[in-house]
Design a protein around this ligand. Structure first.
Ligand code: 13P
Length: 251
C-alpha cells in the first residue's frame, strides 16, 4: 500500500551552515521520536553534500528542489539529475508552481526532467496545482488533469515510482489552506486520472501529498482524509519544531 510522507521544501532559504544545523536538528528529533510516515527534506543544491554528511537517510530522506532537463554538457549554471544523485540524495521536487510560474517550465521540460531523475534513481516529487483564477472559474480539475497527463508518456513501471504533490497555488505561502474537503476532492480526482491511464493498482499505490500553508494546526485534519497521504511543507519546514509538529500529525 502507498506510503505516508511528509516532505519539506526549503525553497531559497538558509545558508549552508544554517541548513546543516536545521537538518541535524530534524534528524535528531526524528531519531528520538516515534513517527508513522517517511520524512524527507528537499534543500538547495549548494546544501546537498553537507546535509547528506550529517543525516541518516534511513531516518530522514534527502532531496533537491529541481534538476536540469539536460543530461550533461554546455548548460552553464544547470545542475543535472546525475549530479544530484551523486551527492547521495534520493528525491527531487519537479514542477513546483514557482518553477512553472517564474521560470516558465512547461510540460515537455518536466517530462524530460522526470525521465532523467528516474534514470538516476531519484524519486520525483511531481507538483501540480491550479491558480486562484482556475479555482474560481471551476476549471481546476481539468487544469490539474492536464498537468498530470504530462507524465503519461512514462511506462507504468516508471510512473509507479512518482510521488505526486497537489499544491493549489493560491494556498502557497498565503496562510490560506485548502479545506480538507477541497484537498480530498482534488486528490481523489488525481487518483482517478492515474487509474484511468495506469490502472487501479498503480493509482492506489501512488502517494499524493498536499502542499500549501500546511501547519501543525491543520495537518491532522488534512491527513485524516483517505486520499491525502501526507504533505509538502514550505514555511513550516524551516523550523524543526513546526516541521516535527506536522510529522506528528500521523501519530
Ligand atoms: P507553504 O507551506 O509555505 O505554503 O509552501 C508550500 C510549498 O510550496 C511547498 O512546496
Amino acid at each position: 500500500m502507498r506510503k505516508n510522507i511528509v516532505a519539506g521544501n526549503w525553497k531559497m532559504n538558509t545558508t549552508v551552515p544554517e541548513g546543516v544545523a536545521l537538518a541535524k536538528e530534524v534528524n535528531q528529533q526524528l531519531a528520538n521520536a516515534k513517527h508513522n510516515c517517511d520524512v524527507v527534506i528537499c534543500v538547495p543544491f549548494t546544501h546537498l553534500t553537507s546535509v547528506a554528511a550529517v543525516i541518516d537517510q534511513k531516518v530522514l530522506g534527502l532531496g533537491a528542489e529541481n534538476c536540469s532537463e539536460y543530461e550533461s554538457g554546455a548548460y552553464t549554471g544547470e545542475v543535472s539529475a546525475d549530479m544530484v544523485a551523486s551527492t547521495g540524495a534520493g528525491y527531487v521536487i519537479l514542477g513546483h508552481s514557482e518553477r512553472r510560474q517564474y521560470f516558465k517550465e512547461n510540460n515537455e521540460q518536466l517530462l524530460a526532467k522526470c525521465r532523467l531523475a528516474l534514470k538516476n534513481n531519484l524519486t520525483p516529487i511531481f507538483c501540480v496545482g491550479e491558480v486562484l483564477e482556475e479555482r474560481e472559474n471551476g476549471t481546476y480539475n481539468e487544469v490539474v488533469k492536464h498537468q498530470i497527463e504530462a507524465l503519461f508518456d512514462l511506462t507504468a513501471e516508471d510512473f509507479a515510482k512518482i510521488i505526486v504533490a497537489y499544491e493549489p497555488v493560491w494556498a502557497i505561502g498565503t496562510g490560506k489552506t485548502a479545506t480538507a474537503d477541497q484537498a480530498q476532492d482534488m486528490h481523489a480526482n488525481i487518483r482517478a486520472v492515474i487509474a484511468e491511464k495506469y490502472g487501479k493498482e498503480i493509482a492506489d499505490n501512488t502517494s499524493i501529498l498536499y502542499g500549501g500553508s500546511c501547519k501543525p494546526t491543520n495537518a491532522k485534519e488534512l491527513f485524516s482524509k483517505p486520499d491525502v497521504d501526507g504533505g509538502l511543507i514550505g514555511g513550516a519546514a524551516l523550523k524543526a519544531d513546526s516541521f516535527m509538529g506536522i510529522v506528528e500529525a500521523f501519530n
